[in-house]
Design a protein around this ligand. Structure first.
Ligand code: SF4
Length: 345
């Protein structure tokens, strides 16, 4: 099995995907790419929300025309998503995108894919080869067939001495998604981009993505991640970050844990946890903070948190690594906690 850190490193703009490098978050714009202004604005918002690279669809020549400006004004590497038209792929490479996302099966001919490979090699552009179960058609054993198709693509890239490849194998069914990616990792060392396609909206999308992506991350697979949610793509990043954080792969970020409360609680943990999360979001270091409802179980149950607060009948309590360090008036508990977190105490 080739785990995350066993994969080869692929340069994508100023980023390195694969090997022991950080797992990166990716997102995709849903503006018309031909509208450079709107797309640049959305790329900026996605980048500010945590996307390390952003994919844009390039469905036509108008979109292609907007690409140079989008690439030059973006603070993160741009990935061009191309289907069917190899000329759009060639144009996107010329426009300076850091990576192409193509399905070699719908580009037309091997000769056309060869032209894309030759130009990508010359310009140092990476290529993500994606196989989605939805596009596999009718096959008796779809997983086996998808992997066969992928193997043919990879062999073709190898024959043409192109190695800056990232691979994605996605299904909307999380069990199939898991099986596909696990089987892939038995044989190949190219970095893996993880996602669950057509994950849906709202809670369904969150759960499907968390289970689908999280299960693979926990197996030690995956170098980039994209959560897909119907609607505004800005929704994707907090979910993706929370998935990475819950499996211990989000660096330099504060993790807030909170108890669900019960009849013992003297603290509105939801309200206070939200406040603490908001006030520590720019701290820029890894820290676990607990917000617990009562002193009976709070400090003990959250003993692995670096800092924590809990309610008691008369006061707010601040604890660190399970030990009570201070008792303060309830209305000051968050401010006192923040002072401690910021080293002002
Ligand atoms: S920490 Fe206290 S308030 Fe929270 S669930 Fe446990 S017992 Fe209830």
């Amino acid at each position: 099995m080739y785990y995350r850190e066993d994969t080869i490193e692929v340069n994508v703009g100023n980023l390195i995907i694969g090997g022991s490098n950080q797992v990166l978050l990716q997102s995709m714009t849903n503006t018309k790419t031909s509208d450079a202004k709107a797309t640049i604005e959305q790329v900026g918002l996605l980048a500010a929300a945590g996307a390390a690279l952003v994919r844009v669809a390039v469905p036509d020549s108008q979109a292609l025309q907007a690409l140079p400006e989008i690439v030059s004004k973006s603070t993160v590497p741009i990935v061009a998503d191309i289907h069917f038209d190899y000329k759009l792929a060639l144009g996107a490479i010329e426009a300076g995108v850091a990576k192409l996302r193509i399905n070699p099966g719908n580009i037309g001919s091997q000769e056309r894919v060869k032209q894309i490979i030759a130009l990508a090699k010359k310009k140092g552009t990476a290529i993500r080869v994606g196989v989605n179960m939805g596009s596999i058609g009718e096959a008796e054993n779809k997983v086996k067939y998808a992997l066969q198709v992928l193997d043919e693509y990879i062999s073709f890239f190898k024959e043409n001495k192109f190695h800056a490849l990232v691979i994605s194998l996605k299904a909307s069914d999380v069990t199939t998604n898991l099986e596909l990616n696990k089987k892939y990792a038995k044989n190949y060392k190219y970095p893996l981009h993880l996602g669950v396609t057509e994950a849906g909206f709202g809670t369904d999308a969150i759960v499907r993505s968390s289970v689908g992506i999280g299960s693979l991350l926990l197996k030690g697979l995956g170098n980039t991640v994209r959560v897909s949610v119907a609607g505004n793509p800005l929704q994707e990043l907090p979910i993706a970050k929370a998935i990475l954080q819950s499996v211990g792969l989000l660096e330099n970020a504060v993790e807030i844990i909170a108890c669900p409360t019960c009849g013992r609680t003297s603290l509105d943990t939801e309200k206070v946890a939200r406040e603490v999360k908001e006030k520590t979001k720019d701290l820029g270091r890894k820290l676990k903070i607990a917000v617990m409802g009562c002193e009976v179980n709070g400090p003990g149950e959250a003993a692995d948190a670096d800092y924590g607060i809990c309610g008691s009948k008369k006061q707010g309590i601040i604890f660190a690594k399970g030990k009570i360090v201070k008792k303060v008036p309830m209305e000051n508990v968050v401010d006192e906690l923040l002072k401690m977190v910021n080293g002002e105490e």
